[in-house]
Design a protein around this ligand. Structure first.
Ligand SMILES: C[S@@+](CC[C@H](N)C(=O)[O-])C[C@H]1O[C@@H](n2cnc3c(N)ncnc32)[C@H](O)[C@@H]1O
Length: 223
């Protein structure tokens, strides 16, 4: 069965039919898309054994219209693929930024799920004409994951400092997983602050805890 994290990614692929999964590994997302009306799929990964797994899965499902490609980031993709969505999930935020920076193809819709450095990724997206459609956190087996859906165009779309820190959608809708994430973060920060001697660092962490508490209250009030 698909994990909650992967099923959430699949849910966001609705209304897209020509899709590439870059860093597809097991190919489980592609497998689900194949069962749900995809017209063309690209399984791409820097590792050959990984794409082989995706290939086996799609073949087993008797899905015909797919390509398997081995290479770094979007180097495996071309404008003639006419993709209407690219997924990059389960990689570090800085690695995702590098993949976006190196892209030579015309980008449209992307689903990004960074494992870390989400604030840096949001800053990059904001400064490079990506419109953030959705940006929210989920909790899957006690681990928190940020999922971001963006559309690239030629306009600047400002994100506020709060949106960059906390994620745009988390600030608009009632999301209990966002509240849990901030509570868990504050618990870790409160433990950390006890062992810190440097007063300025200590104050910085205390301020972050306070800011998080303000957001927790705001988030609860959106119920
Ligand atoms: C942790 S797995 C994530 C698999 C799947 N996307 C998911 O979210 O469950 C990361 C995958 O990304 C691939 N990968 C890492 N860096 C890459 C890059 N620069 N270009 C393409 N694939 C990459 C790895 O080989 C690995 O299969």
């Amino acid at each position: 069965m698909l994990s909650y994290r992967l099923s959430e990614i699949v849910k966001l692929c609705k209304n897209h039919t020509r899709i590439a999964d870059v860093g597809c590994d097991h190919g489980k997302v592609l497998g689900e898309l194949a069962k749900n009306g995809a017209k063309f799929l690209v399984a791409s990964d820097i590792s050959e054994p990984s794409v082989k797994k995706a290939e086996q899965l799609l073949t087993k499902l008797n899905f015909k219209n797919f390509d398997v490609r081995v290479g770094n980031g979007f180097e495996t993709l071309s404008d003639s693929d006419n993709l209407d969505l690219i997924i990059v999930a389960g990689m570090g935020g800085l690695e995702i930024i590098q993949i976006l920076k190196n892209s030579k193809i015309k980008l449209t819709n992307l689903i990004l799920q960074p494992q870390n450095n989400v604030v840096k990724l949001r800053e990059y997206l904001c400064n490079n004409n990506f419109y953030v459609q959705l940006d929210y956190v989920i909790c899957d087996k006690d681990k928190f994951y940020n999922i971001i859906k963006v559309k690239k165009d030629n306009k600047f779309h400002k994100l506020t400092k709060r949106e960059i820190t906390f994620g745009k959608t988390n600030l608009k809708t009632f999301n209990p997983e966002f509240i849990s994430m901030l509570e868990s973060l504050n618990f870790k920060l409160a433990n950390r602050v006890q062992g810190i001697k440097d007063e300025s660092l200590k104050n910085e962490i205390v301020e972050t805890i306070k800011e998080n508490n303000v957001e927790i209250e705001r988030a609860k009030n959106r119920r």
